[in-house]
Design a protein around this ligand. Structure first.
Ligand code: CP
Ligand code: NVA
Length: 305
């Protein structure tokens, strides 16, 4: 049976660990310039309804390093669900490619692709989740702190797609996750309930940045206005005032706490330059690890066909 990666909820702890182990091997091989052409001759379609730097480059380079090839489909190339239905696109692509990566506005579109494709589908960000980013983030934490279980991470900002994937990942991997967000910008209650349902999970939501951040091992933030929410920017800028990671916020965390951001950053909004570019920031390690972790995801899913 083929498997997809649409949500962190699709993965067990053992699945995540298998992906991290594979990513470590692939990263070491890439650093040593050893070839790992485990997807020789495979093809991958990359459907993007939104812009991307990291996700597009890392998937495209990643499959090439593994011996495969990618076809990038920009928003106007196929007009998902508009020129042709999501189901028909999935059925056609399945006859030509071995993997589908999709960045969509609606999570239903990624789900529709997965339901109709006979090949694995990877969510490269939807309005609901960003699982590839959070897997790379967790891999970065393992590299920096040698473990995940028992780590405390505070997310300051919007209860958005990043928070959804983080809450699910934290609950499955034993990380304490604390979100500080303004009223009206909480994560979807179904995600909070699912995360809290996991045995031993520690997931909290507060209005207070100070309460969330005090004593944590890592601080995370993301833009106040995600792609597709541009019309709400003025209202959001007002609502999120104070939900910023700056030197004062950082001082409340554990000494040497890691500073994380999925990027792109809106400098001066959710995070200040000094913190984003400071010695505790690991944002470029996170960005690099997108490559290694997604290579692992591609290989891991391809084995399960
Ligand atoms: N973090 C991330 O997914 O970046 P892009 O939007 O540039 O792909
Ligand atoms: N929440 C952001 C993440 C970008 C990687 C967005 O959806 O635009």
């Amino acid at each position: 049976m083929k498997r997809d990666l649409l949500s962190i909820g699709d993965l067990s702890r053992a699945d995540c660990e298998a992906i991290f182990t594979l990513a470590k091997t692939l990263k070491a091989a890439a650093r040593a310039r050893r070839k790992h052409r485990r997807l020789e001759g495979r093809a991958m379609a990359m459907i993007f309804e939104k812009p991307s730097l990291r996700t597009r480059v890392t998937f495209e380079i990643g499959i090439a390093q593994l011996g495969g090839t990618a076809v990038y489909l920009a928003p106007n190339d196929i007009r998902l669900g508009e020129r042709e239905s999501v189901a028909d696109i999935a059925r056609n692509l399945s006859r030509w490619v071995d993997l589908i990566v999709a960045r969509t506005f609606s999570h239903d579109s990624v789900r529709g692709l997965a339901a109709n494709a006979t090949v694995p589908v990877i969510n490269a960000l939807s309005d609901w989740e960003h699982p590839c980013q959070v897997l790379a983030d967790c891999f970065t934490l393992i590299e920096k702190r040698r473990r995940l279980r028992g780590l405390r991470l505070a997310f300051v900002g919007d209860g958005n797609n990043m928070v959804h994937s983080w809450m699910l990942a934290a609950s499955v991997l034993g990380i304490e996750f604390r979100l500080a967000c303004p009223a009206g910008y909480e994560p979807d209650p179904r995600i909070v309930a699912a995360a809290r349902d996991a045995p031993g999970s520690r997931v909290s939501v507060t209005r207070s940045v100070e309460e969330a951040v005090r004593g944590v091992d890592a601080l995370y933030t993301d833009v106040w206005t995600s792609m597709g929410q541009e019309a709400e920017e003025t209202r959001r800028r007002e609502a999120f005032r104070g939900y910023q990671i700056n030197a004062e916020t950082l001082a409340l965390a554990e000494r040497g706490a890691l500073v994380m951001h999925c990027l792109p950053a809106h400098r001066g909004d959710e995070i200040t330059d000094d913190v984003l570019d400071g010695p505790q920031s690991v944002v470029l390690d996170q960005a690099e690890n997108r490559l290694h972790v997604q290579k692992a995801v591609m290989v891991w899913l391809s084995r399960r066909k």
